[in-house]
Write a protein that binds this ligand. Structure first.
Ligand SMILES: [Zn+2]
Length: 481
């Protein structure tokens, strides 16, 4: 009897209270909503399967459509010990359908655990008159052991803008990835031999302006829990005096070439110049003509700089699917007959009517011959990309394995498809002047993990034998602990 009275009071009091504020309809709806019996829903974000010394941050989100959330708590349990990690509370005055509590698990907390598992408990309660509660449990495996790494001692004689290869031994109880890190650049390592789980090799590019006094080159091994072991390795770097070139832009060049890139859809997709319809091109040409000289320069600068940056990112992506093994076993050949008209590493400045219109670094070789000359693959490989590629115009990218790829740009015609296996006898394309090219020529690049390197090294078989093939022979007994 007593219970029934309490229950009726619980129901009636808010209704009476609400009615006495009859001008406040939302208050009535809110009060009615607070009779619900649905539990809040909890979702966890940022909780990994395993954690290393770097720890992790997590967010516990709770939602409750009926009465709204009043409380979320995150705690860690270790046997009988309970440690509160994070909390969110409302004052209950208004309905909040969604709320979030955050917490951080630090290295110090992980070190104090009595087991190798973090047990998390998250609770949430709603604002119903008889509050509904929910809980969620999560477990995270703790792995504080750093991966094993031993770099094979070897004097690396490399050249600015050139390539190098480092060998190392790595291991861990869990899965790991390994790579060479130079500044912001990452060069993935691959098993030394097919199926090798202990010894690895990584080809890397020596940045064009590498300075051993400032820049570090290191091998990094990182396990799934985020534990990282890094070891520097010495590089003896030969400096290069880079050639310079000055290019004068004609009015026709800016009008003809730059407008193809200024259509917004072109920016979006790095699509073909033919994607810009001819009437649109006419309209853009007229618009460009009606503008003053300064806009010609800013248009050129825009295309020259933005596109180069976007392409750099895209080529790193393309090279990520490189084969883990070398796909070639013979010399690299010049991909087209003709004279070298542009060198690797050239620092180019562009002039338009006596004003500086921009700069670029030439990232490959230019070879010029007859119009539409035959272009062959420089060596055995597999076509990774064939199509339009921003300022390179029509382009082909061939994978040669272990992150090494070649790029053929400004093509008038493409004669291969993605996935084709090609070699020095395969005509893959015909030279042209598509993209940002002033005349018919082949622009040829070599890249490692998307970073350009001088093709001269790879066109010299002796260099390949000394710097690459000699290292790939079995290295048993050379590992230092
Ligand atoms: Zn070029």
């Amino acid at each position: 009897m007593k219970r029934l009275v309490v229950f009726l009071l619980l129901i009636l009091l808010p209704v009476v209270a609400a009615l006495s504020f009859s001008q406040s309809r939302s208050f009535i709806f809110d009060s009615l909503g607070r009779f619900e019996k649905d539990k809040p829903e909890i979702t966890l974000e940022g909780v990994p399967a395993s954690v290393g010394r770097s720890g992790f941050k997590l967010a516990a989100k709770a939602s409750d459509a009926g009465a709204g959330i009043t409380h979320i708590a995150i705690e860690m349990r270790d046997g009988d010990k309970v440690t509160p990690l994070g909390e969110w509370k409302s004052d209950g005055s208004a309905k909040l359908g969604n709320a979030m509590a955050e917490a951080e698990i630090t290295e110090a907390m992980l070190e104090e655990l009595s087991s190798d598992v973090v047990e998390l408990r998250v609770t949430a309660s709603d604002r119903a008159f008889i509050s509904n509660g929910e809980e969620k449990l999560a477990q995270v495996k703790v792995d504080l052991k750093k991966p094993y790494l031993s770099v094979i001692p070897d004097q690396q004689n490399v050249t600015q803008g050139g390539a190098g290869m480092v060998l190392f031994e790595a291991g861990d109880d869990s899965q790991f990835t390994s790579f060479v890190r130079i500044g912001e650049m990452k060069f993935p390592a691959h098993p030394l031999r097919a199926g090798d789980t202990r010894q690895f090799a990584a080809l890397f590019a020596v940045p064009r302006l590498f300075d051993s006094a400032v820049d570090a080159a290191e091998v990094v091994v990182r396990d799934v829990a985020g534990n990282e072991t890094a070891r520097r390795f010495p590089l003896r770097v030969k400096k290069v005096n880079w050639p310079e070139d000055s290019i004068t832009l004609s009015k026709n060049f800016v009008e003809d070439k730059i407008i193809s890139y200024l259509a917004p859809e072109y920016y979006e997709s790095l699509e073909n110049t033919s994607a810009v319809k001819s009437d649109e091109r006419k309209a853009m040409r007229a618009r460009l003509r009606s503008e003053d000289e300064a806009s010609y320069i800013s248009s050129f600068r825009d295309v020259n700089e933005k596109y180069r940056r976007a392409l750099g990112v895209k080529l790193v992506e393309i090279s990520a699917s490189s084969d883990p093994e070398f796909l070639w076993d013979s010399s690299f050949a010049k991909p087209m007959k003709g004279a070298i008209t542009g060198r690797f590493g050239e620092e180019r400045d562009y002039h338009y009517q006596s004003q500086i219109a921009g700069y670029s670094l030439h990232e490959g070789l230019d070879i010029a011959s007859l119009q539409g000359a035959a272009v062959y693959s420089t060596n055995k490989g597999k076509v990774l990309y064939a199509g339009s590629l921003g300022i390179y115009g029509n382009a082909v990218v061939v994978d040669h394995g272990r992150g090494l790829s070649t790029l053929y740009g400004h093509l008038s015609r493409i004669d291969c498809n993605v996935g084709d296996v090609v070699d020095t006898t395969t005509q893959i394309a015909a030279s042209g002047a598509t993209g940002l090219a002033g005349g018919d020529h082949l622009h040829f690049e070599m890249r490692i993990a998307g970073v350009p390197v001088t093709p001269y090294e790879w066109l010299d078989y002796q260099w390949i034998e000394d710097h690459v093939l000699a290292k790939l022979k079995p290295v048993e007994g050379q590992i230092n602990g």
